[in-house]
Ligand binder design. Structure first.
Ligand code: GLU
Length: 493
């Protein structure tokens, strides 16, 4: 057996909007391996792109990962031995490395204006140039030397950026934990430090992963083409690179890359809004790129996943985000909850969606606690609970009655309700078994109506609907007075 060495992994979202489901998906695989090895999991905020920065996004990342129980050991909110964990607070770490590369001729200043770069790209596209990317006009130059050569000053900016000089013999291949040997395309002379002194992702990610002692970089497959640049930086800065694992991209049902524009499920917060349980979503995210821990059973605990974790089992093809499967998993987790716990979660969810006040009436909560077992076997989402139980909470004179349910009743409805009223009034106690037995004896046995038709009018009168939670249990919860009241009102319509 090979010895397990504690690994350090990180998830490094950019706070550019409300969090992407990919952030949770990456967190799951990074965290699983960190826990598998007894190592650490770091949360780093990559906020160097100030144009795309959105205030509030970082807090949403904290909240949604915490909701999922994907806990980090070090991060901007928790601190840690490598603080700060926000890149915008680490500028002093990046600049010296860029200076070092400049001094060694491994990087160079570039004054080309955005307009010039745009024109260059346009020209390359028009001429279908074999070599694209920056044309190195500034390599070995100063701003003055460019002007002296007659370059139009309108094509030059005052503050230069720093570009990485990609050597001809740059190594393009690397070993990936998920994909084996990978070969990436030749990179361009990428900008590593912007004119405002902020690094780009490429410099910041390498400096931070090195300084934070990250041993395994687990990220989306869209970063494969950047890996040769990162490995080059590790080599030039004299650092040992981490291991890399590029996870397959999540896809929409039409196989395109999952996007917030095409798929609401690209937003991590959407899952909470929809009433999914965090443990069901984590289970679902694991299965996106990993076979079930127990063959033939897709429900598994986080601890089982962590214990079984093995890079060789991670899939490399892009999984489709199949919400039907998530619904099924969610239902299965809902059924396995203790009913009181389920009631607690329904309450918390209703408070988040605003359906219930922050301080719900204790009587309403108690009713929910007693009603939950009625809906638990068929509940698919926390959000479905209150609509299914709404009839229990309505005053009798405000019960909405579905006209289609009424229209579907047979002509004998009133006669059946009259008979039921007499039975219910005379019952010695008010418990669902007694209610059911007495109604069955009268409506089915004495009057000879098939059970399918015998109870339909009662269900519509009491719940307002054709389909409802179990009728007799619901009647027990409502109480005799309310039931008789509803039947009487219904008959008087
Ligand atoms: N900030 C990058 C992103 O949001 C992180 C990529 C990485 O993990 O290296 O995708």
């Amino acid at each position: 057996m090979t010895e397990i060495v504690p690994a350090r992994l990180r998830v490094a979202p950019s706070p550019t909007g409300d969090p992407h489901v990919g952030t949770a998906y990456m967190a799951v695989f990074n965290l699983a391996y960190a826990r598998h090895t007894g190592g650490q999991f770091v949360l780093r905020i990559e906020d160097t792109d100030r144009a795309r920065f959105q205030a509030g996004s970082e807090q949403q990342v904290f909240d949604s990962l915490a909701w999922l129980g994907l806990d980090w050991d070090e991060g901007p909110d928790k601190g840690g031995p490598h603080a700060p964990y926000r890149q915008s607070e680490r500028l002093d770490y990046y600049r010296p490395q860029a200076e070092l590369l400049l001094a060694r001729g491994q990087a160079y200043h570039c004054w080309c204006s955005p307009q010039r770069l745009k024109a260059l790209r346009g020209e390359q596209e028009r001429s279908k140039a074999a070599v694209t990317g920056y044309d190195r006009r500034c390599l070995g130059q100063t701003r003055d030397s460019l002007l002296a050569q007659g370059v139009d000053p309108a094509e030059l900016v005052d503050q230069p950026v720093v570009r990485l000089l990609i050597p001809d013999d740059v190594e393009l291949g690397f070993d990936d934990l998920v994909r084996g040997r990978v070969s990436a395309p030749r990179p361009d002379d990428q900008i590593i430090l912007k004119a405002d002194g902020f690094p780009t992702y490429h410099l910041a990610v390498v400096v931070d992963d090195h300084l934070m002692g990250i041993t395994h970089v687990v990220r989306g497959e869209e970063w494969i083409s950047s890996t040769p640049k990162h490995l080059l930086l590790y080599r030039q800065l004299g650092w040992t690179p981490p291991a890399f694992a590029h996870m397959p991209l999540l896809r929409n049902p039409d196989k395109s890359k999952i996007s917030k524009r095409k798929n609401p499920a690209a937003r991590l917060l959407w899952f909470k809004e929809q009433g999914y349980l965090p443990e069901a979503l984590v289970n679902f995210l694991c299965l996106l790129a990993y076979p079930p821990v127990h063959q033939g059973d897709e429900v598994q605990t986080w601890d089982e996943f962590v214990a079984s974790f093995d890079w060789s089992k991670v899939n490399s093809t892009g999984p489709i985000v199949d919400l039907a499967k998530l619904d099924w998993l969610n239902g299965s987790y809902i059924r396995s909850l203790d009913p009181d716990e389920l009631a607690r979660r329904i309450t918390a969810q209703a408070q988040t969606t605003g359906d219930w006040p922050r301080d719900p009436d204790p009587a309403d909560q108690e009713l929910l606690r007693r009603a939950v077992p009625l809906i638990q076997p068929r509940l698919a989402s926390l959000n479905d609970a209150l609509p299914q139980l709404d009839f229990l909470y309505r005053p009798d004179d405000q019960l909405p009655v579905d006209p289609e349910a009424v229209a579907a009743l047979r002509d004998d409805a009133d006669q059946l309700l009259a008979a039921a009223t007499a039975v219910l009034k005379a019952l010695p106690d008010w418990c669902h078994d007694t209610i059911q037995a007495a109604l069955k004896a009268e409506l089915v046995e004495a009057l000879g109506v098939k059970p399918k038709f015998a109870f339909a009018p009662l269900r519509v009168a009491i719940t307002g609907r054709r389909v409802s939670p179990p009728l007799f249990e619901s009647m027990e919860l409502l109480g005799r007075v309310a039931c008789l009241n509803r039947i009487a009102r219904f008959r008087l319509r």
